[in-house]
Design a protein around this ligand. Structure first.
Ligand code: CP3
Length: 351
């Protein structure tokens, strides 16, 4: 079945194998906390250049690989990267995040969205993923990622990041048919994009529904979950062997609902005890997480204790060790190095 003991750890954990230590990687492991990244950012001040010029994106993706040898190497990109291919122009502003110049507010704008043709609009993704696979071989797992329909729609409709999500919630609660039309189109485009990433070399794909935790559980069931399911189902039809991970930020009230999304692995954040998460999710689901990114501001002893505690609670089957969300830009690089070293020295004997 292509599952063999020389498959990299992350892939094996995502498939539910019992391992002597959990694989470890970090969300946002390439980025501002690394001096190497900040230096390169001076040379390439535009985020779109950094993520869309293949040589630059490859170099950035490999910076944490070279520094820490994580068990997962994630493509350096952004969740809004496919939007221009749908006809939605965007930029990523320093310190702010995505900016959509003409936010989507009307039925006509939704009708005018293009079908995603990744070979045409995202050729750099293929170059990047192929190079990453070539570079890490069997020593690590190459992860692709996408944004989920709700979270991408939040950017497309609001036009930028938001604290209150007033514009998209206004649409959701006053014109749900219009929002359904957008979410359905996004789901189909995202499924195409996930398949493309897998065909280009991604061995595991994580879907970020970062802002779905802003919805009440009832509204999550209407505006997030069905479209997550639509993406995962479509990908599963053609690529049944590729593990899929789901992340929702602030998901403590949603775990049981995430469990029926169709994802193989559920990212757990630090607002939930890992042992409780295991109970709530059930045996068939794998988990990823769940240290508070702020733990990396603590002493080495503190970091080590929190790693041990998490690994003990998660057990030795189907756990990918990670933070509960992205590493913070102010994090000392030395503590990131310590996190990886400690995790890679773990064995069932230690914990
Ligand atoms: O994990 C990795 O190492 C891959 C890199 C990655 C980026 N964006 C690079 C990036 C990933 C996985 C993303 C996904 C992403 N982008 C998400 C989902 C993850 C999450 O945090 O929940 C979201 C919501 C976005 C949208 C976005 N793009 C935001 C909120 C920001 C940050 C704004 C800021 O400056 O704090 C961005 C910009 C961005 N994307 C940065 C990075 C490293 C920071 C800007 C920079 O370094 O120049």
């Amino acid at each position: 079945m292509g599952i063999s003991s020389n498959a990299p750890y992350l892939l094996r954990a995502a498939r539910g194998e019992v391992l002597d230590r959990p694989p470890v990687w970090m969300m946002r492991q390439a980025g501002r906390y690394m001096k190497a990244y900040r230096d390169l950012r001076e040379k390439y001040p535009s985020f779109r250049d950094r993520s869309e010029i293949p040589e630059v994106a490859i170099e950035i993706s490999l910076q944490p690989w070279k520094a820490f040898q994580p068990d997962g190497v994630i493509l350096f990109s952004d969740i809004v990267t496919p939007l221009p291919g749908l006809g939605i122009d965007m930029d990523i502003a320093e310190g702010k995040g995505p900016i959509i110049h003409s936010p989507i507010r009307t039925s006509e704008q939704i009708d005018n969205l293009h079908t995603l043709e990744p070979e045409e609009s995202l050729p750099f993704i293929k170059t990047i993923l192929q190079a990453l696979r070539q570079e890490v071989g069997n020593e690590s797992t190459v992860l692709g990622f996408v944004g989920a329909p709700w979270t991408l729609a939040a950017y497309a409709v609001e036009g930028k990041g938001s604290k209150t999500y007033s514009v998209i919630k206004n649409m959701a609660f006053s014109n749900p048919t219009l929002l359904d039309k957008l979410l359905t189109k996004f789901a189909d485009a995202i499924a195409i994009y996930v398949r493309y990433q897998i065909d280009c070399g991604a061995q595991v794909v994580q879907m970020f529904d970062s802002w779905a935790g802003q919805l009440s559980p009832q509204d999550y069931e209407t505006f997030a979950l069905p479209y997550q399911q639509r993406v995962f189902q479509q990908v599963r039809e053609t690529h049944p062997d590729t593990p899929l991970i789901l992340l929702v930020s602030g998901s403590a009230g949603l775990l049981e609902r995430m469990a029926i999304s169709g994802a193989d692995v559920i990212t757990v954040d630090w607002t939930v005890d890992m042992a409780d998460a295991r109970e709530r999710l059930g045996k068939h689901l794998k988990v990823q997480g769940n240290l508070d990114p702020g733990v990396l501001f603590g002493s080495k002893e503190f970091i080590r204790d929190r790693i041990y505690d998490t690994v003990r609670k998660a057990g030795n089957k189907g756990h990918i060790l990670n933070l509960g969300h992205g590493v913070l830009p102010e994090t000392p690089e030395e503590n990131v190095a310590f996190f990886f070293e400690t995790a890679k020295q773990l064995s069932s004997a230690v914990v």
